[in-house]
Write a protein that binds this ligand. Structure first.
Ligand SMILES: *Cc1c(COP(=O)(O)O)cnc(C)c1O
Length: 335
């Protein structure tokens, strides 16, 4: 399977009018602090609160003939996106999850009109049910990151950023399964071959980084993180996003929970943006001095706003946070 920049242009045509063309906002504070123009691509403004609507919509528009129901087993931003895209396009959506998924996440997905199927007590049980459904005629599963139409849908973010600010020299992209980074790198490097595209993720459970280091997809233990949308593996049978990220990303930078905590506070107090921990890894990496040769102007993608409001409030008011067996100590915001 080969993906080309033309696939991203195709996706852009299909997505026009179906997802929001989000603004690219200059951050006066970060530009001053980092000494180079710094821009924020506001994917928090998508109706489902995250960029994943682009890939899910593009995939839903490219289904095999006769498909009436889409499925997935994501309980996060991808699940919401699949539910919303299906409703927009007159398809049914069945989102499979285990009985351990918190009620708030179930409600978030149900609000977008999907059927919820609760099976077993693990993600594997949910995945097995999803696979069983998908083996029936008329059903199709949409992967959160390892699907050509998902990757090209996410890549439209790269087109929009360079359309609005062709002078950008570095893109800082939050990285998990790599659908976003693969699509953005593919699009941006086709337009501007010299642009730097850097993936950033948390240092605990960085599956793409471990896989690229190992030369093949590997599993890493999953831990609780402030950047919960960056958790999960890349799939041992990864077909696309691994190769593209390995070939096109200039670097992968890891940031710690304290760094994510502080960057969430900064974005809230300086820019009044409510964003998930996953969004601030680019800002966190810069502030921590982990991008020494950083070439500006810079843009990062503020990927989603579906925070746990209780936890978010604790972060911005500088309270202690418990993440599984990891204990984040209180720290108030200082500019
Ligand atoms: C899914 C997600 C990411 C990471 O995207 P991948 O394509 O899995 O690398 C980043 N931020 C948010 C908010 C997400 O939901």
């Amino acid at each position: 399977m080969e993906l080309t920049p033309e696939d991203v242009l195709e996706a852009q045509k299909l997505l026009t009018g179906r997802v929001i063309r989000t603004p690219l906002l200059p951050s006066a504070f970060l530009s001053r602090k980092l000494g180079t123009p710094f821009h924020l691509k506001m994917e928090t403004m998508q109706p489902t609160g995250a960029f994943k609507l682009r890939g899910a919509t593009n995939a839903s528009l490219n289904l095999p003939d006769g498909t009436h129901t889409v499925t997935c087993c994501s309980t996060g931003n991808h699940g919401r996106a699949v539910a919303y895209a299906a409703r927009q396009l007159g398809l049914k959506a069945v989102i499979c999850m285990s009985s351990l998924v918190p009620q708030a996440k179930i409600d978030g997905i149900r609000a977008h009109g999907a059927d919820i199927r609760i099976v077993g007590t693990s993600q594997d049980d949910a995945l097995a049910e999803c696979r069983r459904l998908t083996s029936q005629p008329g059903f199709a599963e949409i992967s959160p990151f390892d699907d050509p139409h998902v990757i090209s849908g996410q890549g439209t973010i790269g087109l929009e950023i360079l359309d609005d600010a062709p002078e950008i020299e570095t893109l800082l992209v939050p990285l998990s399964g790599g659908g976003l980074a693969a699509g953005v790198a593919l699009a941006a490097k086709a337009i501007k071959p010299g642009i730097q595209v850097i993936g950033l993720t948390m240092d605990r459970g960085a599956a793409m980084k471990a896989s690229i280091d190992a030369g093949t997809p590997v599993e890493v233990p999953e831990v609780v993180s402030l950047a919960d949308s960056l958790g999960g593996g890349i799939g041992l049978d990864n077909k696309l996003s691994f190769n593209i990220c390995r070939d096109l990303l200039d670097d992968i930078i890891l940031v710690g929970e304290e760094e994510i905590y502080q960057a969430m506070q900064l974005l809230y107090f300086e820019e009044a943006i409510v964003a998930e921990g996953a969004c601030v890894v680019g800002i966190a990496g810069c502030l921590a001095g982990k991008l020494p040769g950083l070439k500006g102007p810079v843009a990062t993608i503020i990927t989603g706003r579906n925070v746990d409001m209780n936890q978010f409030t604790r972060v911005v008011t500088g309270k202690d946070i418990r993440l599984g067996d990891y204990h984040l100590k209180r720290s108030s915001y200082v500019a």
